[in-house]
Every structure is written in C-alpha cells, then in structure tokens.
Design a protein around this ligand. Structure first.
Ligand SMILES: *[C@@H]1O[C@H](CO)[C@@H](O)[C@H](O)[C@H]1NC(C)=O
Ligand SMILES: *[C@@H]1O[C@H](CO)[C@@H](O)[C@H](O)[C@H]1NC(C)=O
Ligand SMILES: *[C@@H]1O[C@H](CO)[C@@H](O)[C@H](O)[C@H]1NC(C)=O
Ligand SMILES: *[C@@H]1O[C@H](CO)[C@@H](O)[C@H](O)[C@H]1NC(C)=O
Ligand SMILES: *[C@@H]1O[C@H](CO)[C@@H](O)[C@H](O)[C@H]1NC(C)=O
Ligand SMILES: *[C@@H]1O[C@H](CO)[C@@H](O)[C@H](O)[C@H]1NC(C)=O
Ligand SMILES: *[C@@H]1O[C@H](CO)[C@@H](O)[C@H](O)[C@H]1NC(C)=O
Ligand SMILES: *[C@@H]1O[C@H](CO)[C@@H](O)[C@H](O)[C@H]1NC(C)=O
Ligand SMILES: *[C@@H]1O[C@H](CO)[C@@H](O)[C@H](O)[C@H]1NC(C)=O
Ligand SMILES: *[C@@H]1O[C@H](CO)[C@@H](O)[C@H](O)[C@H]1NC(C)=O
Ligand SMILES: *[C@@H]1O[C@H](CO)[C@@H](O)[C@H](O)[C@H]1NC(C)=O
Ligand SMILES: *[C@@H]1O[C@H](CO)[C@@H](O)[C@H](O)[C@H]1NC(C)=O
Length: 434
C-alpha cells in the first residue's frame, strides 16, 4: 500500500516535470504559435493607467498650485509689476473712469489720474486682495484634507484598475502596462492619475517593480511591455528617477539587463526568451534622446497610441466615431508615416473613454451624484461589442496592432480579441526591416 503510494507520487512528479519542460520549450506569453513572430508582429493585452488604484487625492498639491497663483511671493511680484506700470495702468483706469461719467464730472477723472500716478494706492489694494487669496488656498488645503471627498467618489473618478493590482494583472495575462507618474516634492516620484490640481497619487515604484521582477523570474517565457506615459512634474527629474529604479530592479550585479536593448532590429519572441531580455521599456512624452539609456524606446517612433486621436472623447459613441474615422484614414496615415519615418508605424487600440473633468470638481463640492461619469460604468459600454468592432475595422487595414488596452479588463472581451489578433498575425506574418 505504502509502496504503491510512493510510486504513484514519483509518477506524478515526473509528469509535472516533463510537462513543465514541454511548456518552457514551446510557449511564448502562453501561446506556442507566436514564438516565431518578431516582437512587432505580436499583439499584447494591456491596461490603461495600470497603476491607477489605491489612490489618494493630493490635497497639498492642490493647495500649492493655488499658492503659486496667489501666494505671498507672487503677490509681491505682482505688486512690483503694478508699481512699474503704474503710469499705463492709471491712464487706462482714467479713460474707463471718464467713459462712465457725465462730462461735468470729467474733472474727477483727471484728479484720479494725478492721485493714481503719485500714489501706490491701487497696487496696495491689489496686494491686500492677493494676500487674502493666499489664505483661501490654505483653507482649501485644510478642508480637502479633513473632508468629505469620499473614497467611492475618488475610486469612481480616478481608478482605472481598482481591485486589480499589477501583480494580479500579470497573473491574468496583461503584458502591456501603461504607467503614469507624478513628482512629489523634490525627492520622489509615485504612480498617479491626472495632472495639476486634478491629480490623485498612488503607490511607490518599488513595490510594483519588485512584483514585476518576481513575476518575470518565476515565468521565464513571458514578455512584458512597460510604458511610462503621462507625467506631472519636472520631466528630467522624473525620467532620471524612473531609469535609476528600473536599472536597480532589472539590471543585475554583472550588468546584465532583463530589459531589451534593440540594437540590430527587433528580435523574435523566442529570441527574447533565449537571451533573457524580456521587458520592453517605452517612454512617451518623457522620451529625450539625450537623456535615455539604451533600453528605453520612444513610443512616437514606433507606434501610434490611439489616445492621440481619441483624446477628448467622453462617450462610447464618440470613441466609435474616432476609431471609425482613423480606420477610414488608412491611406493618409500610411502616407504620412512613410514620409516621416520611412516605415509604417504600429497601431494601438486603446479603447478607453477619457473622463471630462470639467464639472467634476464642482460636482464634488456640491456633493452631486456622479453617476455615469464613473470610469467603471463607462468602460462597460466599450469593453465588449465596441471592442470587437474596433478590432474588425483595424485588422485588415493596418499591418501591426501592438496592443489592445482597456479600463477594467476583468469585465471585457480583451483576451479573446488579443487571441484573435495573434492568430491573424501568425497567418499574415508581415515582416518589415527597421
Ligand atoms: C514568417 O515567415 C518567415 C519567413 O519569411 C519564417 O521564417 C517564419 O517562421 C514565419 N513565421 C511564422 C509564425 O510562421
Ligand atoms: C490597496 O487597497 C486595498 C484595500 O482597499 C488593500 O487590500 C491593498 O493591500 C492595497 N494595495 C496596495 C498595493 O497598497
Ligand atoms: C507694463 O505694461 C506694458 C504694456 O501693457 C507691458 O508690455 C509690459 O510687459 C509691462 N511690464 C511689466 C513689468 O509687466
Ligand atoms: C479611504 O481611503 C483611505 C486611504 O486609502 C483610508 O485610510 C480610509 O480608511 C478610507 N475610508 C473609508 C471610509 O473607507
Ligand atoms: C525644492 O527645491 C526648490 C529649489 O531647489 C526649493 O526652493 C524648495 O524649497 C524645495 N522644496 C522642498 C519641499 O524641499
Ligand atoms: C529639473 O530637474 C533637473 C534634474 O533633477 C534639474 O537639473 C533642473 O534644474 C530641474 N528643472 C527645474 C525647472 O526645476
Ligand atoms: C546576471 O545575469 C546573467 C544572465 O542571466 C548571469 O549569467 C549572471 O550570473 C548574473 N549575475 C549576477 C551577479 O547575478
Ligand atoms: C539633444 O542634443 C542635441 C545636440 O547635442 C540638441 O540639438 C537637441 O536639441 C537635444 N535634444 C533635446 C530633446 O534636448
Ligand atoms: C486624407 O487627406 C486628404 C488630402 O489631404 C484629405 O482631403 C482627406 O480629408 C483626408 N482623409 C481623412 C479621413 O482625414
Ligand atoms: C488622417 O491621418 C493624417 C496623417 O496621420 C492625420 O494628420 C489626420 O489628422 C488624420 N485624420 C483623421 C480624421 O483621423
Ligand atoms: C453646483 O451647484 C451650483 C449652485 O447650486 C450649480 O449652479 C451648479 O450647476 C452645480 N454644479 C454641478 C456640477 O452640479
Ligand atoms: C460604431 O459606429 C458604426 C458606424 O460608424 C456602426 O455601424 C456600429 O454599429 C457602431 N458600433 C457599435 C458597437 O456601436
């Protein structure tokens, strides 16, 4: 009895090992058919604002922006400007004054002009108003911190991937991350969503990079894209910060980089696995050819995020119009790319509806129900039929679709569409020289 058990355990272990070896030899991102495709021939499943979860509204930033407009320093500056330009301002004020008054009162205007030009009174008055406004900024900071912007409201407006942290996204098969970053103070950069006074701050880079490192080590046949998209703060500082962190996590002690350096054209997925350079780094507007390591690639040089032509779409219908317009524009797009880049860039289907933030701040202050403005509800209108439709109108017109990107992918056709796209990619097998 006992021996039988041991033998069957050995058989099971053998089966597991053999099976693992088979998988390791023949699958790329879980699909044996795409190993022989070049990187640019493959479609990756992606998320939009991948790290937009666990956010907190940045009350300090809100107040700092406010102070920049009305703070003590700028009040003094404005006071100085006012004094320097007093002659001009007084003349303007005087002529306005005269226009308003009947002719027998015109002399008051001249009197005003004389007083104005010999006295700083106007400028002093402005300075006082300006300083008062600075107090309002501090009031705003206070009330923002204390109150009542509920977590539900915050999640609803800013969190594209609430409930699915990046670790989970990787386990589920997401292979194209879109990461927005914000500078906080002078020393640090965190993931975030939004810019300026409308930004909400998220978690730090370390915990996410560590999760990614562990996942990549545990899964030697997986290939991952990380794009650093929108940012808020000093571009040079943020770019350096991100690159240093990436280097820390993904280049080992012997200088060996897990991040692809694409020196002699794009490799096949099987080759990326073989040389163990399985992370592709993308910088969008942060890209600066003078200040990037050789494993940083420029988005603009290689592909067209659909955000470039869907920006401002607030409804699913508008999004449909933009995608339809773009797919009808194929000959112009192709001609432009050939002329500008000497080759056809890859397309992206980023099927996400951008929130119209106008009115939202007001609604928050009013405590009004935000209803259909929530990202999650907007995503549901896009993630099924419309996503299928976008793929259908793109698939025969454009040679390469590098990614399909969504908000709230757990409720979507994302993986089905990506699978279909890759089956077609294998059939089409269109190659280019870059
Ligand atoms: C695509 O075609 C090339 C030859 O042009 C071939 O080497 C490669 O195996 C093909 N890829 C697939 C996935 O069939
Ligand atoms: C995010 O918040 C949830 C609860 O809201 C918590 O369980 C989780 O640990 C947080 N994740 C991170 C990465 O902080
Ligand atoms: C003063 O006013 C003139 C004309 O309106 C303007 O061109 C100039 O820049 C102003 N000077 C300062 C210091 O703002
Ligand atoms: C809202 O989120 C903050 C920070 O994520 C947390 O500390 C707080 O407990 C949450 N409040 C509620 C009511 O869930
Ligand atoms: C950040 O740096 C600027 C310029 O170096 C300095 O004026 C400012 O006080 C610093 N802020 C903080 C919070 O350290
Ligand atoms: C931006 O950051 C870089 C690098 O940290 C620094 O040299 C530069 O002075 C900063 N620019 C501004 C406008 O603060
Ligand atoms: C770095 O990675 C390379 C390739 O995987 C390996 O040969 C080398 O031993 C590693 N070095 C260290 C210090 O881990
Ligand atoms: C990079 O450097 C070159 C020459 O050194 C310069 O002409 C170019 O403007 C720089 N580009 C950026 C983005 O700073
Ligand atoms: C393509 O370009 C032509 C000529 O510039 C223009 O008339 C046409 O409207 C463009 N098509 C689209 C869909 O933008
Ligand atoms: C068509 O493509 C051209 C070239 O890329 C672009 O400038 C234009 O805005 C596009 N038009 C539409 C309607 O998408
Ligand atoms: C907020 O309240 C003001 C005053 O009642 C109203 O005029 C405005 O339309 C409200 N805004 C929103 C977005 O509900
Ligand atoms: C998108 O718009 C086209 C017309 O431009 C329409 O035929 C199609 O049904 C729409 N798709 C969806 C899913 O609404």
């Amino acid at each position: 009895m006992k021996r039988f058990k041991i033998i069957s355990i050995i058989i099971i272990i053998n089966l597991l090992i053999n099976n693992n070896i088979l998988v390791a030899e023949s699958e790329c991102n879980g699909d044996p058919d795409i190993c022989d495709l070049y990187f640019y021939q493959v479609t990756f499943a992606g998320t939009h604002n991948s790290a937009a979860y666990n956010l907190t509204y940045d009350c300090d930033n809100l107040a700092d922006r406010c102070l920049l407009e009305f703070g003590s320093n700028s009040c003094s500056d404005q006071y100085e400007t006012c004094k320097q330009n007093r002659t001009t301002s007084c003349d303007i004020q005087t002529s306005v004054f005269k226009d308003w008054n009947p002719s027998y009162f015109q002399w008051t205007g001249d009197l005003f002009n004389i007083i104005c030009k010999t006295n700083d009174i106007l400028c002093v008055a402005w300075y006082t108003i300006c300083k008062k406004s600075a107090n309002v900024c501090e009031f705003l900071r206070d009330s923002c911190k204390k109150k009542d912007i509920s977590n539900e409201t915050l999640e609803c407006l800013w969190e594209n991937n609430e409930g699915t942290p990046i670790k989970k996204q990787l386990e589920d098969g997401i292979r194209f991350l879109d990461l927005d970053t914000c500078q906080v103070g002078n020393e640090s950069v965190v993931f975030c969503h939004g810019t300026s006074i409308r930004r909400a701050l998220g978690i730090d880079l370390d915990s996410v990079f560590l999760d990614i490192k562990e996942f990549m080590e545990d899964n030697p046949n997986e290939i991952l894209n990380m794009e650093f998209g929108d940012y808020d703060g000093n571009a040079t500082f943020i770019s350096d910060y991100i690159q240093n962190k990436l280097e820390y996590y993904f280049v080992n002690g012997s200088g060996y980089s897990l991040m692809l350096q694409e020196k002699n054209g794009w490799p096949k997925l099987s080759e990326m696995i073989e040389i163990n350079q399985r992370i592709v780094i993308w910088f969008a507007s942060l890209y600066d050819s003078n200040n990037t390591r050789d494993w940083v690639h420029s988005v603009e040089s290689y592909f067209i995020p659909s955000y470039t032509y869907t920006v401002g779409d607030l409804t699913a219908q508008q999004l449909n119009e933009s995608f339809t317009g773009w797919s009808n524009n194929v000959s112009n797009v192709t001609a432009y790319d050939l002329k500008t880049y000497g080759r056809i860039r890859w397309q992206a289907i980023d099927a996400t509806v951008v929130l119209g933030l106008i009115g939202i701040e007001e609604a928050i202050k009013n405590g009004t129900d935000l209803g259909i403005l929530c990202l999650k509800d907007l995503a549901l209108e896009v993630n099924y039929d419309l996503l299928d439709y976008f793929f259908d109108i793109f698939k025969d017109k454009f040679p390469f679709i590098i990614r399909v990107t969504l908000d709230f992918y757990p409720q979507s056709n994302l993986f089905e569409v990506v699978k279909k796209s890759n089956q077609l990619n294998v059939q089409k097998n269109i190659t280019i020289s870059i």
